[in-house]
Design a protein around this ligand. Structure first.
Ligand code: ZN
Ligand code: MN
Length: 444
């Protein structure tokens, strides 16, 4: 195993949450809608229907590219990618071939490692096949609601050497997409889809900077967790084959969640011939310097920068920051509360604590309300240390499930326990005292 270095590249598809579809006016939000209710001649691929490009989707893709320092193509275009599949009514997908919107980006990790982004392009999603039994007969039904929903595809260079680094990168991508507000990037709803290509390099190949002569593609994996496991299983499988002196076959594989192994889906005999050619119904795109600068100016603070700032400005722990960073609205709420609380000498750490541990932001929709409540609490007489300790002991005893969850790593559950303690003390508990006492009791 140690003789080989995993070489991993990624393809990530992200459905953009625009109001309308990529090439027609139908609503793009297809999830959970009655089948074939959001369709028109364009997204059904009817002859003679004319597509037109969605400006918002183009801007969203450029904003994503800018977040990774990509070059933005001033001249871009759409191309037809031909293949046959029942969920693709036109017989081709409108995609981008040789002039993608964004190229040559880079993702810089806090640990100085980096991942090169080869390209980011825009295309349309396909319809969805639903395999069912109707009147005792096995049938395949097609729902075209998803057909032509904007799909952004990012391709990285093979710059990953472990399943862990892939996992960390993808979670960061999800945060960036959500910060940009261009997609929900929800894996369960299929708005973020992952593919990895994996091969193992020998020590000699690593030394000579040569890539292995094959790669195996892992496809149709619908969660971060399973992709991580699938990559680990694939590294093991390939290393076994190579150790036995055999060759790894270039193919596409899926992941079986039950056996925790990968399985062959299709062996590629030769490269697919998609017969790409320029989409004649959509004029080429000209993107001016000014357009790009406009989008760049409106980029939000990216997660990496926010982490650094939250640590230095507010002295928050990385645990707190990690919770905040997943929810930009909550970050804004927190920062507003800190600004208001500063005049009342409420510390950022304390404000962060009541938001994260007690969800007090849910109780007070406006930061000003929260600050007012915190000031009132701080002027109130608190329960004694003895009363607090007794209440915590009681809550821990009565909620073994929650305690178990906390100990197994679900630290967020502490919010629930804190709430129970406050209930026990009829709201007279000092949040700070409860926090430190409960932590010491739980970690005993
Ligand atoms: Zn349509
Ligand atoms: Mn694609």
């Amino acid at each position: 195993m140690s003789n080989y270095t995993p070489i991993i590249g990624l393809e990530v598809h992200i459905e953009l949450s625009t109001a309308s579809k990529m090439f027609c006016g139908c609503p793009a939000d297809h999830f959970g809608k009655a089948p074939n209710t959001q369709v028109c001649p364009v997204c059904m691929g009817l002859p003679g229907a004319l597509p037109f490009a969605n400006k918002k989707a183009i801007e969203s893709t450029i904003s994503f590219g800018l977040a990774f320092d990509c070059k933005i193509s001033q001249e871009s275009k759409f191309d037809r990618k031909h293949y046959f599949y029942p969920d693709l009514p036109k017989g081709y997908q409108i995609s981008q071939y040789d002039l993608p919107l964004c190229t040559d980006g880079v993702f810089k990790n806090t640990d100085q490692s980096s991942v090169r982004i080869k390209r980011v392009h825009l295309e349309e999603d396909t319809g969805k096949l639903i395999h069912q039994t109707v009147d005792g007969k096995k049938v395949s039904l097609i729902d075209f609601n998803r057909s032509s929903v904007p799909l952004m595809e990012m391709v990285t260079e093979p710059d990953f050497n472990s399943a862990e680094s892939v996992d960390a990168f993808l979670k960061e991508i999800q945060l960036v997409v959500r910060a940009l507000k261009i997609s929900s990037a929800d894996m369960e709803k299929g708005s973020m889809r992952l593919e990895a290509n994996i091969s193992l390099a020998t020590e000699q190949q690593v030394k000579d900077l040569v890539l292995p002569s094959y790669k195996v593609e892992l496809k149709n994996i619908n969660s971060f967790r399973f992709l991580k496991k699938a990559i680990q299983a694939e590294i093991e499988r390939q290393s076994q084959i190579l150790s036995d002196g055999e060759m790894v076959i270039q193919e596409t594989r899926g992941y079986d969640e039950d056996t925790e192994t990968t399985f062959s889906q299709r062996v590629k005999e030769e490269a697919n011939d998609y017969r790409y050619f320029p989409e004649p119904d959509i004029p080429p795109l000209h993107i001016s310097e000014e357009d790009v600068e406009n989008i760049r100016r409106n980029l939000p603070e990216l997660p990496i920068a926010k982490r650094v700032r939250f640590a230095s400005d507010y002295q928050l722990s990385s645990d707190y920051i990690q919770v905040f960073i997943t929810d930009y609205d909550r970050c804004a709420y927190f920062e507003n509360a800190v600004a208001l609380g500063a005049q009342q000498s409420l510390s950022p750490k304390m404000i962060a604590g009541v938001i994260i541990n007690q969800n007090m932001d849910k109780q007070y929709p406006e930061p000003a309300g929260l600050v007012k409540a915190l000031v009132e609490i701080s002027q109130k007489e608190y329960a004694s240390a003895g009363e607090t300790k007794a209440a915590i002991e009681k809550v821990i005893k009565e909620n073994p499930d929650a305690v178990e969850k906390y100990k197994s790593g679900k630290v967020q559950i502490i919010g629930f326990l804190l709430g129970m303690v406050q209930k026990e003390l009829q709201g007279t508990g000092n949040p700070k005292d409860i926090q430190s006492e409960i932590s010491s009791q739980l970690n005993r």
